[in-house]
Design a protein around this ligand. Structure first.
Ligand SMILES: [Zn+2]
Length: 415
């Protein structure tokens, strides 16, 4: 007879670490990193390996129209909304072995542990491999019904069409709408991921409980001054766009440093005409600002606008701001954060709450289900690089916290 899941985790340390190593061998780079760009032969090889592992673990595996691999481990009550976890297997061109892979393989290990002991959660459990997280997040976007209709939007940098790419991995662009999961079908989605930042390590915390994925606004700022001879134009007659731009950069940095969790950055700057002997006439620059609260971002932007007006007046230049991108924050469900905290307490692990300032598939999933995320430390805060590293113990702790959180959520949602 199949029994309910036990109260203690069934995560097998060696098997989890072995799987991480085996997967990292596909597309491995000389410095220990990984190159498994979505839709490439390496990506397909990695996906196939994980698919086989899922099948071996008694999971029913299907691929939806967006190419997402969905492995389902049946629950005691198959009609109940599912618990889900997952992440991605694709990497950036020169990525690490943990970003994405850890979340998928920890989910798989949860199932393997249950299968070992012939146990089940009450509800069905899914491990999802999302398509192309690194470039387009088309997999999680399709699952939450947010795919852009124009297929050209998803054209790859090498020119290949999304139709061809999805076909290669068993998806189908023409049927992409069918990948959407209705609200209510998934009770909760919990993603385990490496932090990709330095906060946990610097605070010496073992686990991060993600409060949400920050919202992001991006703008183009145009500064208009007057290009003129750098020798003959007296200082008091100049309208130097770069001087104005410099004050803008400092104002943005100052806003970022006011109390709060926001970050604000000018990362791009073009100077015209960009000549050593000409007073700069125009500058085009970027503004990127992120926070967990959309209202707080609004408030900071209002302060910046007032600041910019003063700067423009004082420098006799003009400053125009043009919106480019507005991504709303995706908040993690408070009761899932509590479940993760309880899991940490039960295991005697130190933890802290923190926002995620990088995008994740969980962000899209928050549109259709209750979402939570667990972070483990990234050594030196490094990721999207071959040096990306989380220790075996850190990976193991993350997987155990995932297991415990899922077990608690299975109880929380009841039968
Ligand atoms: Zn990732």
């Amino acid at each position: 007879m199949i029994r309910s899941a036990p109260q203690t985790s069934t995560i097998n340390r060696d098997r989890l670490l072995q799987s991480i190593a085996e997967l990292a061998a596909i597309g491995c780079l000389p410095q220990g990193g990984v190159r498994r760009i979505a839709y490439t032969p390496e990506d397909i090889q990695g996906r196939n390996l994980v698919r086989q592992w899922m099948q071996k673990a008694d999971m029913k595996v299907r691929i939806d129209a967006a190419g997402n691999i969905i492995g389902r481990y049946e629950g005691k009550f198959p009609q109940l909304p599912v618990l889900a976890t997952g992440s991605h297997l694709d990497t950036v061109p020169s990525g690490g072995r943990y970003d994405g892979a850890l979340g998928v393989l920890a989910g798989l290990e949860v199932v393997r542990g249950l299968q070992d002991t012939n146990l089940q959660f009450d509800r069905p459990f899914e491990v999802i491999v999302f398509t192309d997280e690194e470039n387009s997040t088309i997999g999680s976007k399709a699952m939450s019904g947010n795919v852009v209709g124009d297929s050209d939007y998803y054209r790859r940098p090498d020119g290949s069409s999304i139709q061809t790419c999805l076909q290669r991995i068993g998806g189908n662009w023409d049927a992409i709408a069918t990948a959407k999961r209705p609200v209510g079908e998934i009770a909760a989605f919990v993603e385990l991921h490496v932090e990709q930042g330095p906060v946990l390590e610097s605070m010496q915390k073992e686990i991060g409980i993600v409060e949400g994925i920050v919202g992001q606004r991006r703008f183009k700022i145009f500064v208009e001054g007057n290009a003129n001879h750098a020798g003959t134009t007296p200082m008091y007659m100049r309208r130097d766009a770069l001087v104005t731009a410099s004050k803008v950069v400092l104002a943005v940095n100052a806003i970022g440093n006011t109390p709060g969790q926001q970050v604000a950055t000018v990362g791009q700057l073009q100077v015209y005409p960009n000549a050593a002997n000409v007073v700069p006439g125009n500058v085009e620059m970027s503004l990127d600002i992120r926070d967990l609260s959309d209202c707080h971002i609004d408030c900071l932007l209002e302060q910046l606008r007032l600041h910019f007006e003063d700067i423009a007046l004082a420098t006799d230049t003009k400053i125009h701001i043009v919106p480019q991108l507005h991504l709303e924050p995706a908040l993690a469900e408070p009761h899932i954060q509590q479940a993760i905290a309880r899991a940490c307490e039960k295991m005697g692990l130190s933890y802290t709450h923190l926002p995620s300032r990088a995008s994740h598939d969980a962000q899209e999933m928050a549109n259709i289900t209750e979402m939570g995320m667990i972070f483990v430390p990234s050594s030196g805060g490094i990721s999207h690089a071959e040096e990306e590293h989380s220790s075996p113990e850190e990976c193991l702790r993350g997987a155990k916290v995932l297991w415990e959180t899922l077990w608690q959520l299975d109880r929380y949602y009841g039968t």
